[in-house]
Design a protein around this ligand. Sequence first.
Ligand code: PLP
Ligand code: SF4
Length: 364
Amino acid sequence: MESWQRELKERVTNLDELERFLHLEDEERAWFDSEEERRLPFALTRHYLSLMGDDPASPLRRQAIPRKEEFRFLSYESADPLCEQEYSPLPRLIHRYEDRALFLASDRCALYCRHCFRRHFTGGAGQGDREVKNRKDRRSLFEAAQDAACYLEKRPEIRELLLSGGDPLMLPDGTLFRLIDLFRKHRPDLILRIGTRMPAVLPSRITPVLAREFGRRAPLFVVCQFNHPDEISPPAVEALARLADSGIPILNQSVLLRGVNDDRETLKALSGVLLAARVIPYYLFQGDLAAGTSHLRAPILKGVSIMRSLRQCMSGLATPVYAVDLPGGGGKVSIPLDPVLRVEEREALLPGPDNRLWPYPVED
Ligand SMILES: *Cc1c(COP(=O)(O)O)cnc(C)c1O
Ligand code: SF4
């Protein structure tokens, strides 16, 4: 067993263990005491715990420790806010855009982010038959991958494949490389993107072997998720250096999170440390309307005002695109910063790629 796999085994996954490390607030303990079944599981790596500190308001703790607010469902929220199931022609495959597709390589994560928008799938919380079946049948991952690879073979207009989840790096090396090679066999020209939160939550997963093997499979991009500068710890910087030294381009996608990074100074510092670690800030996402995440969602108008002010003081390289996945399945659009966003009856109206106006709620 590799050391990262041992660290996975040593994760904190229940209330008793957690209380050995942290003094919990009532709102946090209430989540564990609840009998609600269809919720995102809890798992916390020792690494992330060591960065978190004991303050309940700490930006890292808010991302990792569940609270009872996760049981608050707003009328405009949903379990699958991007309607990914509608865009899923095959099990585990999401094909929403003409030139790129996404394959759900694993439904597990080292740490379950409390803001996860794919919580209908992540952590085995999914209902849909396909996941139940896939969990029962270990071989089904490769069956699904085989079908997806044939789908890609017939559609040369798809140039990029995103491996996502869950976290694809939860798969052991052998499985992961076999998966990549299967897609490459059917489509040697495919540009690969691996979406992972491991550099932030379990940097030891980025082993020298992983970095080297990824480097051999170019063009392959790694897209990570750092939401706060404190997540870019010395082990994270070393993990990113292993990837960069292997020639792998690294991008970052952050989520704008209430009480975590919804202020100008934090986002500015985040971009600074990312660039220093050779990571390009790619997207800053407005929170998706996933059920039970309203306490972590920053208001869209706050995001607009922060981004407007950041634009003045950051380089283009340091400035991510502020974007949102349109609720209801309209796709990703960048959020217009000027002229002023049109707002009607507590709804911000965002022009979609189809030029229709899509509503996004204005929250306080
Ligand atoms: C986000 C996403 C992509 C990638 O979009 P980019 O704007 O190229 O980063 C591809 N497929 C799906 C389904 C997505 O959600
Ligand atoms: S790593 Fe990604 S898929 Fe996993 S819980 Fe976090 S946001 Fe969700």
